[in-house]
Design a protein around this ligand. Structure first.
Ligand code: GZL
Length: 326
C-alpha cells in the first residue's frame, strides 16, 4: 500500500517538480526499490562537494533512488526538504544538519510517518534520541584534540616560550565547529605557553577565511599572531592567500593548523605553507547507504559510526604516497 501510495504521490510530485528544482529519482520501479530522501546542507567547501559525490555514488551502487535537495546553507530549506520527503513517503531520510538545534518538530513528523532518519556528517542537539536511528560521521572532538596535540609537539620542537593563537571557526552551533574548538582548547588548556587571542567565524567558506585573516592582521598585526587554527581547509586556504599577499610566510611566520584534508591543503603541507592537516573524510556515502540497507531490510544499526581518521603534519615523511588529500 505504502509503495502504491508513494508512486501516486510521485506522479503528483513529478508533475510539480517539472517546474521545480527537486530531483526525483528515476521512475523505474525495478531499480529504485528503496528511495532515500537526502537533504544536503550546501556546497560551501571542497569537503561538502566530495561528500555529495560520495553519497550519490554510493546510492547508485546500492541501487537506491536518491532524492537530493541542496539547502544552500539554510536550515529552513532543510526542514522544507525533510517535509517533502515525508510527503513523498521515502523509505529513509538522510541529512547533514547545518546546525545542532531546531530539528525536533520536523523529526517528530518523520517519526509519526514511520520514516527512519540517519544523521550524516553532523549531529543534532535533542533530548529525544529516538528521533534519529543512527549518526555516521567524524568524531570532531578527537579531531580538535589532534590539532592541539600537534601544536604542543610543535611548540616543544621549536622551544617556543609563548604563542598567540587565533582561531577561525566554522559555522556557529554546528557540531564540527563546537567540537573541534572544544577538543583543541581542552588539550592546550593549562599550558602557559599558549594564549588564544581571538576566535572569529568563517562559516567554512574560503572567501570568509580571507576576510577573517584580514580582520586578524588588522587587529593584531603580523607580529601579534603566531598560530592560526582553522576549522576547515577552505577557510585556511583563504587565509593563506592573504598572508602571502601581505608578504607573510604561511607555515613559518604564522603556523597554520587546519582540518579536512583536501588535496590543495595537503599539497600546501608538502610545500611548507601549512603545518598540520587533521583528516576529516567526506566519503561517508558507503557507510550511510549500508545503514539504509540495514534499516530497510529489518536489520539493526549502531547509534554512532565514526570513520577512521588521522593527521598529516610537517613531522611526517611527506614523500610517503599515503600523504594525499581527497
Ligand atoms: C565536517 C563537515 C565540515 C567540513 C567543512 O564533517 O561538516 O563542513 O569540515 C564543511 O569543510 O563545510
Amino acid at each position: 500500500m505504502k509503495r502504491k501510495a508513494r508512486y501516486l504521490i510521485m506522479e503528483l510530485l513529478l508533475c510539480l517538480t517539472l517546474v521545480s528544482c527537486a530531483s526525483a529519482p528515476e521512475k523505474n520501479p525495478e531499480t529504485a526499490q528503496v528511495v532515500v530522501g537526502f537533504s544536503q546542507l550546501g556546497a560551501e567547501s571542497s569537503w561538502r562537494i566530495a561528500n555529495t559525490e560520495s553519497m550519490e555514488t554510493a546510492a547508485k551502487e546500492a541501487g537506491f533512488g536518491l532524492m537530493m535537495e541542496n539547502a544552500n546553507q539554510k536550515q529552513e530549506k532543510q526542514i522544507d526538504a525533510i517535509r517533502s520527503f515525508i510527503a513523498y513517503q521515502v523509505d529513509v531520510i538522510v541529512f547533514s544538519p547545518i546546525v545542532e538545534n531546531g530539528w525536533d518538530n520536523v523529526l517528530n513528523e518523520a517519526k509519526k510517518a514511520g520514516i527512519p532518519v540517519i544523521l550524516m556528517d553532523r549531529m543534532i542537539s535533542t533530548s529525544d534520541e529516538s528521533l534519529y536511528a543512527s549518526y555516521v560521521g567524524a568524531d570532531f572532538y578527537a579531531e580538535g584534540r589532534r590539532a592541539g596535540e600537534y601544536l604542543i609537539r610543535k611548540a616543544d620542537a621549536l622551544g617556543a616560550e609563548h604563542m598567540n593563537i587565533a582561531e577561525i571557526s566554522g559555522t556557529i552551533d554546528s557540531t564540527p565547529m563546537r567540537e573541534r574548538q572544544r577538543g583543541f582548547m581542552d588539550v592546550i588548556a593549562g599550558d602557559p605557553r599558549f594564549t588564544v587571542i581571538d576566535s572569529i567565524c568563517g562559516d567554512f567558506l574560503r572567501s570568509k577565511g580571507e576576510e577573517c585573516a584580514v580582520q586578524l592582521l588588522q587587529k593584531y598585526g603580523r607580529g601579534g599572531i603566531d598560530v592560526i587554527y582553522s576549522h576547515n581547509d577552505s577557510m585556511t586556504l583563504g587565509a593563506l592567500d592573504i598572508l602571502e599577499q601581505r608578504g607573510i610566510a604561511p607555515g613559518k611566520d604564522i603556523l597554520l593548523i587546519t582540518v579536512d584534508g583536501e588535496k590543495e591543503a595537503v599539497d600546501a603541507l608538502k610545500t611548507g605553507k601549512i603545518n598540520c592537516v587533521v583528516q576529516c573524510t567526506p566519503k561517508l556515502g558507503p557507510a550511510a547507504m549500508a545503514l539504509v540497507k540495514s534499516l530497510t531490510t529489518g536489520g539493526t544499526v549502531s547509534k554512532i559510526t565514526h570513520p577512521e581518521e588521522g593527521v598529516f603534519c610537517d613531522f611526517d615523511d611527506l614523500t610517503d604516497p599515503a600523504t594525499e588529500g581527497f
